[in-house]
Ligand binder design. Structure first.
Ligand SMILES: CC(C)(COP(=O)(O)OP(=O)(O)OC[C@H]1O[C@@H](n2cnc3c(N)ncnc32)[C@H](O)[C@@H]1OP(=O)(O)O)[C@@H](O)C(=O)NCCC(=O)NCCS
Length: 241
């Protein structure tokens, strides 16, 4: 169990993050003794036995996700997905617009918001701060693609170059479109521009983590030729003293 310092500082309690496997051998009391108040586990949905064990000890499912992957060695993108939106690289004056889009687009989104014991204002800060970080700190993103109308951002997608077993790939960070502009292929254009960037960088694949329940983004991924893999459940457990 590792402490999530970001979450602990934000919510004012000691928060731990894990893949859950340790609950096969270790009781919750161990983590209580170490001062943890909230445990957040991202568990493979292929291990139903582990999920059931965690339900028995008090964990609750708070979201479910899949990783969509697109092989870049065999990349082609249907033309009808392109929108009229201009897609360009981020510039620092975009920062306040991009943070504002995140605040609207990620309201009530994901496992933090689905935990009624976490303050909603703090949950929204997760996304606002994360977006600010990708805009201002190159550790968080190697590129931010901006969809713009009259140069004002209407959507964005951040990507980071990562490595797995000696192979380099692009991992999407945050992806959102201002709700005023949803359904105009802007989200898809950003994904397409991300694939082009990753291909130019000679990366082997591009991946996006997506909530199973988020139908629009699942449609974006399918339209763009991504394939789903790695289903996981995010589970929370409160350790009351
Ligand atoms: C996901 C998101 C970026 C998509 O942006 P967008 O510009 O609307 O995307 P597109 O127009 O390219 O495609 C949206 C698709 O979802 C469909 N859609 C939109 N709302 C829908 C709904 N309520 N139910 C079902 N389908 C819906 C659209 O019809 C379209 O699919 P289609 O082309 O097959 O008809 C945008 O919805 C968003 O910002 N959501 C909130 C943040 C978020 O979820 N980000 C993704 C994090 S992984």
């Amino acid at each position: 169990m590792e402490e999530s310092i970001l979450d602990s500082n934000r919510f004012g309690i000691k928060v731990g993050k894990t893949d859950g496997v340790e609950f096969k051998t270790t009781s919750l009391d161990e983590f209580k003794k170490k001062g943890f108040r909230l445990l957040i586990a991202r568990v493979s949905m292929e291990d139903i036995g582990l999920i059931n064990l965690m339900e028995d000890i008090g964990f609750r499912v708070k979201d479910t996700q899949v990783t969509y992957k697109h092989d870049l060695l065999n990349h082609s993108y249907p033309e009808h997905l392109q929108s009229s939106a201009e897609v360009r690289q981020f510039k620092s004056s975009d920062t306040p617009h991009v943070v504002e889009i995140a605040k609207i687009a990620f309201k009530d989104y994901g496992h933090y918001f689905n935990d009624e014991r976490l303050a909603k204002t703090k949950c929204l800060e997760v996304y606002a701060d994360w977006t600010y970080n990708i805009c201002t700190n190159s550790d968080f993103a190697d590129i931010i693609l901006i969809a713009a109308e009259n140069d004002i951002p209407t959507g964005f997608l951040s990507l980071k170059k990562l490595q797995s077993e000696g192979r380099f790939y692009a991992s999407a960070g945050l992806h959102a479109v201002n709700p005023l502009h949803w359904g105009k292929n802007i989200g898809s254009s950003l994904v397409a521009a991300g694939l082009d960037w990753a291909q130019r960088m000679n990366l082997q694949w591009c991946e996006h983590n997506v909530l199973v329940t988020n139908v629009p983004v699942n449609r974006v991924m399918i339209k763009a030729g991504f394939k789903p893999s790695k289903p996981v459940a995010t589970m929370h457990c409160w350790l009351d003293i």
